[in-house]
Ligand binder design. Structure first.
Ligand SMILES: Nc1ncnc2c1ncn2[C@@H]1O[C@H](COP(=O)(O)OP(=O)(O)O)[C@@H](O)[C@H]1O
Ligand SMILES: [Mg+2]
Length: 312
């Protein structure tokens, strides 16, 4: 198997913690040839996609960088789209280039699914699985939604990640309207308003799914100084298991993930409520492995191998 990882620059990665590095190291471990490129190093010509890429053997703590070459994406068995957000027009455009790989190359996660599925709205579509949520750019409507909540409300940008811009507030907060104005750029941008779940005190659970099946989870408990359950703002990671409700959530969304070739996905669940279905470049492989004693990256490569076999 030959793999190409479309990703951020190798020099910017946190080697021991990074999920893409785990996938690359597992590929090297299996004797698979692996290359990497930045999305901006791709181009299309004659109906086909190319990239300036570098072959790299990856171990847990180091890259063995080899030759650079101009490669055709169709010459790879698997192309992994692992660029981190922002999810902007440059990102979306790169998925159109990934559509030009041809039918013998597997692209994961599927470019069409990456374009179709917004991470927060994908979750919000499962009304009975998610906390009450409003998606709007209308300041009065968002104020009214906040007033209708039993206690606090959470405001978040539709395209955030890593907790960026996620605010906890409530009706009666003299900053409420101002916060909505700032986050929505005076009503020019859509935002999400969501019922605050007090169960966040017990943690935000990241569940990893491979081809629609849950393979492990990690509980992220917010620190004292910040309300958010994102590890890079001080949340701590803890071992956990899946409740019947969480298994139900996975069973409900799993078939759609599988049908849309969203092969490696991370969902966020607070108090049994689904808040996010991360499809663009989910993380958490290393944390889940640490607590569950599993090797999630091997399950992902197995799924890729299975799907690649079905292409031929
Ligand atoms: N409905 C909610 N109730 C309580 N806390 C929330 C809620 N939604 C988000 N949060 C807090 O904000 C953090 C980040 O929210 P999330 O929706 O996962 O956005 P991001 O994509 O930025 O991670 C969560 O870990 C949690 O601490
Ligand atoms: Mg999150």
């Amino acid at each position: 198997m030959r793999s190409l990882f479309v990703m951020d620059d190798l020099d910017t990665l946190d080697l021991p913690g990074d999920s893409t590095v785990a996938l690359m190291a597992a590929s090297t471990g299996r004797g698979w040839e692996a290359w990497w490129c930045h999305p901006s190093a791709m181009w299309g010509q004659g109906g086909r996609a190319f990239a300036r890429a570098q072959r790299v053997d990856t171990r847990a703590t180091a890259f063995d960088r080899q030759q650079w070459a101009e490669v055709q994406l169709a010459d790879f068995d698997v192309v992994w789209m692992r660029k981190d957000p922002p999810f902007d027009m440059t990102y979306i455009f790169s998925t159109y280039l990934l559509d030009m790989v041809g039918t013998r190359t597997l692209v994961l996660n599927a470019p069409a699914g990456l374009r179709a599925r917004n991470e927060k709205l994908f979750a919000a579509a499962y009304d009975d699985l998610t906390p009450p949520t409003l998606i709007s750019n209308n300041i009065a409507r968002i104020m009214a939604f906040a007033a209708a909540q039993p206690a606090k409300v959470v405001l978040k940008p539709w395209d955030g990640n890593g907790g960026r811009g996620v605010l906890v507030t409530q009706t009666g907060d003299p900053n409420l309207r101002s916060m909505i104005e700032v986050l929505s750029d005076e009503g020019r941008r859509f935002i999400l308003a969501q019922r605050h779940l007090p169960e966040i005190a017990d943690g935000d659970k990241r569940i990893l799914l491979v081809d629609g099946e849950p393979v492990g989870a990690v509980l992220r408990v917010p620190g004292k100084a910040d309300h958010r359950g994102n590890l890079h703002v001080g949340a701590t990671a803890h071992a956990t298991t899946l409740t019947p409700r969480e298994l139900e959530i996975c069973a409900r969304i799993g078939p759609t993930l599988q049908a849309e070739a969203l092969v490696f996905v991370g969902i966020d669940v607070i108090g049994g409520w689904l808040t996010e279905i991360n499809v663009t470049s989910p993380t958490g492989i290393r944390q889940v492995n640490r607590f569950d004693g599993t090797l999630v990256e091997e399950r992902i490569l197995d799924a890729a191998l299975r799907r690649h076999g079905a292409l031929a």
